[in-house]
Design a protein around this ligand. Structure first.
Ligand SMILES: Cc1ncc(COP(=O)(O)O)c(C=O)c1O
Length: 388
């Protein structure tokens, strides 16, 4: 069949396949990045005007753009509503960025590991990935500088706050240093922050885009982790030189983001009720993180290393005896448990063995201990078979 050349690079999304398996009620899933069902807010629809069923503006609902710009300014991001584009989940930001910048062979800079669905879309468009390893407090700066001295990436895609998958949060020092490097080399920053609000220690470090003096930037966020992922409402805020191009790409993709979801988001963003909901969400997930830590200590202490996440939705485990964690999936599913292997979060999966991403927000607490126990025993069995 005569498909486009780029389709040959389209990899299946492992996470979608695992999530399909995780739908079965008997499966204990540590795989997705799903909010806890119990914390999905009660939403009302009865006051929504019928006009929301009409076509809308490509930029998004004006009132929502104003509210999003006001929230971003509170974080220190210098912006006006005219720089805000409402998108169909922050996933669409990544799609628009890929279309704006990437031809076959275009070099881009990414963290290693990075968000697997970003890798999927960037590689579909033919990107060559320059990667910078993550340390506990952000990227390895010497390696970042070395890459920038040798290459001219079209952009750097970074997730500085509770990174997916590693849960790393960049320190103040690294935020400043990364901004200075991107300014020095004139590289556009794409800063992706779906987990910023899910902080467990009250921290609120300023985004890196707010520290740039010269480089162009796109900052993107979403209501998926704070309200309802099914709304499919996210946003991007872009430096003025980039905004018109992104708007035209948005028009050509889907005319505008669904207005029904935008209307619902508008009922929350910037309101006192939303702040209250976020406080409850943080307390709830902090408790789940603590319970998870206890269960991990019990079942994984001899198997893996990890850092306790200070926000977000994931633990990132590094096995003490590395193996390709994709090979664990089948046995894990047979045991009624599933997780995300670490390999798909690297642009060269085969060179990076031995990590697991475990989501702590979604699992029923009554099944947490049993789930981790089963997963640990699958790992022990596979490791024992390798030795034998
Ligand atoms: C780093 C990162 N970026 C983007 C997204 C996509 O989120 P959305 O639901 O807003 O499309 C996710 C979702 O898990 C994510 O982890």
């Amino acid at each position: 069949m005569a498909f486009s050349e780029r389709v040959s690079r389209l990899k299946s999304s492992l996470i979608r396949e695992i999530l399909a398996a995780a739908q079965r009620p008997e499966v204990m899933s540590f795989a997705g990045g799903l909010p806890a069902e119990a914390m999905l807010p009660q939403v009302q629809w009865q006051d929504m005007p019928l006009s929301m069923g009409q076509y809308g503006m490509s930029e998004g609902e004006p009132q929502l753009r104003e509210a999003l710009a006001a929230e971003a300014r509170k974080l220190g991001v210098p912006c006006e509503a005219s720089q805000v584009l409402v998108v169909s989940g922050s996933q669409q930001t990544l799609d628009l960025v890929a279309k704006l910048y990437i031809d076959k062979g275009t070099e881009i800079m990414l963290e290693a590991p990075t968000y697997l669905a970003a890798l999927q879309i960037f590689q579909l468009f033919g990107a060559d990935c320059l990667t910078v390893p993550l340390e506990a407090d952000g990227p390895d700066l010497a390696q970042m500088r070395a890459r920038l001295e040798q290459h001219r990436p079209a952009f750097a895609y970074l997730i500085p706050t509770f990174q997916n998958p590693s849960a790393v949060r960049y320190s103040e020092t690294k935020r400043e240093a990364v901004a200075a490097l991107l300014d020095e080399f004139g590289v556009t920053l794409i800063e992706d922050e779906p987990y910023r609000e899910l902080t467990f220690d009250g921290s609120n470090a300023r985004p890196i885009v707010s520290r740039l003096k010269k480089a162009s930037w796109i900052y993107t966020g979403t209501v998926s982790k704070t309200l309802l992922p099914g709304l499919r409402v996210g946003y991007l805020i872009a430096s003025p030189d980039l905004f018109p191009h992104l708007l035209r790409l948005k028009q050509s993709a889907d005319l505008h983001t669904n207005r029904v979801g935008q209307w619902q988001a508008m009922q929350w963003i910037g309101s006192e009720r939303f702040q209250q909901h976020l406080d409850e969400l943080r307390a709830f997930y902090r408790q789940r993180r603590d319970d998870f830590q206890v269960a991990l200590d019990k079942h994984f202490a001899d198997l893996a290393y990890w850092q306790e996440p200070q926000g977000g939705l994931f633990f990132w485990l590094s096995l003490k005896r590395p193996l390709d964690t994709r090979t664990l999936l089948k046995s894990a599913l047979e045991q009624g448990v599933t997780f995300m292997p670490g390999e798909p979060f690297f642009s060269e999966p085969d060179h990076n063995h031995g990590h697991l991403r475990l989501n702590f927000s979604h699992i029923d607490p009554a099944r947490l201990d049993e789930g981790l126990k089963r997963l640990a025993s699958v790992i022990r069995q596979v490791q024992a078979a390798q030795v034998a």
